[in-house]
Design a protein around this ligand. Structure first.
Ligand SMILES: Nc1nc2c(ncn2[C@@H]2O[C@H](COP(=O)(O)OP(=O)(O)OP(=O)(O)O)[C@@H](O)[C@H]2O)c(=O)[nH]1
Ligand SMILES: [Mg+2]
Length: 334
């Protein structure tokens, strides 16, 4: 198993030099760079701006599905599949567990099952969400760009769970693979439509169990109700533990990619995603600035005056908005 060494926290390295080293192929530097990005703040912005100089957008494949559906097993098999075709691949696994729930934050933050024998055509990274999926969702595109800048042409993003935030992360990929198992509908009734909405490829895993043909029929029926003109996902049946159906999953992903590239949809989707990213980050940034303004000395004074009715709420809001507009960006501190 390849271990991505945890960055040592004792020696701070400027984000820009981490980028230079990561782009030159230093895996350890890439791991440290991703930690900087994951932590957020000014250093993450400095890193992201430096990464942009080297940006090579990798092809991203999102893999999602209900807990226990077999995502990690399939992800592992897809890595082997990619390597058998001679293609390097990076995996970013979003790990929702916290150290307190005894989840899968392993020392090396890597959870692939099989031994890929020190293969340097594989890069693995597990990102702990620690319950802040919103913040993490914002970091994922930066993480992907950094991995791409380091030369990885394909990134598999594995997310756990089928809630809104998880689906949000999964749907940021170029091709989103949604995994279900026989009897799946009972578990995820609430988000069935949401799952199908984001799927570019559907996988019915655990086909060694009873009910796989019924699950396929169920999916087909639901796809028949979708709007015409929309991409119709292939449905692939797999037994991930036995590698059955895995090449077909890879082929379905490749077919969707060809569709995106030929139709021009790939460029359009990516443009839309990057604008959404700016919108989401602006909202988060403004919310943070509003909070900072309200908690400043002047802000707290104003709120006191509203409280004791010295000034009208409307007057306080106008003053606060003026204070906000005066804030100028000093630039990220590197
Ligand atoms: N019978 C059978 N079991 C499978 C198959 N694929 C995976 N499993 C088993 O199902 C269990 C869950 O597999 P994982 O790959 O860990 O599933 P996951 O979706 O990553 O699970 P979480 O990360 O906990 O959400 C494991 O015990 C696997 O060995 C399959 O095709 N058939
Ligand atoms: Mg898993």
């Amino acid at each position: 198993m390849i271990s991505n060494p945890r960055p040592s926290l004792s020696v701070p390295v400027a984000p820009a030099s981490l980028v230079t080293a990561a782009v030159a192929g230093d895996r350890r530097a890439l791991a440290r760079l991703l930690s900087v990005i994951e932590r957020g703040g000014d250093a993450a912005d400095v890193a992201a701006i430096a990464v942009h100089e080297h940006v090579r957008q990798p092809y991203t494949i999102g893999l999602t599905g209900a807990p226990g559906a077999g995502k990690s097993t399939l992800s592992d098999a897809l890595v082997a599949q990619s390597r058998s075709r001679g293609e390097p691949i990076a995996v970013v696994a979003i790990d929702p567990s916290s150290p307190f729930t005894g989840g899968a934050i392993l020392g090396d933050r890597v959870r692939l099952r099989s031994d890929h024998g020190g293969d340097d055509g594989i890069f693995l990274r597990s990102v702990a969400s620690r319950g802040h999926l919103g913040g993490l969702a914002r970091a994922v595109p930066e993480i992907v760009r950094a991995v791409g800048a380091a030369g990885w042409p394909t990134v598999l993003i594995e997310t756990v769970g089928v809630g809104q935030s998880e689906l949000g992360i999964a749907s940021q990929a170029d091709t989103t693979v949604v995994m279900v198992t026989p009897g799946w509908g009972d578990d995820v009734q609430a988000n069935k439509a949401g799952l199908l909405e984001i799927a570019d490829v559907l996988v019915v895993n655990k086909a060694d169990r009873e009910g796989a043909p019924a699950a396929v029929r169920d999916l087909r029926r639901m796809l028949d109700l979708a709007l015409p003109g929309k991409w119709r996902p292939d449905i692939v049946t797999t037994v991930a533990t036995q590698d059955i159906g895995v090449p077909a999953v890879w082929d379905a992903v490749a077919a969707h990619r060809v569709h995106l590239e030929r139709s021009g949809e790939l460029g359009r989707r990516r443009a839309e995603r990057v604008i959404n990213e700016v919108n989401e980050r602006i909202v988060a940034g403004v919310v943070a600035e509003v909070a900072a303004t309200l908690h400043s000395k002047k802000g707290l004074d104003l709120l006191d005056k509203v409280r004791d009715r010295t000034i009208a709420p409307a007057a306080a809001v106008r003053t606060l908005l003026t204070m906000l507009r005066r804030t100028e960006d000093p630039g990220p501190r590197s």
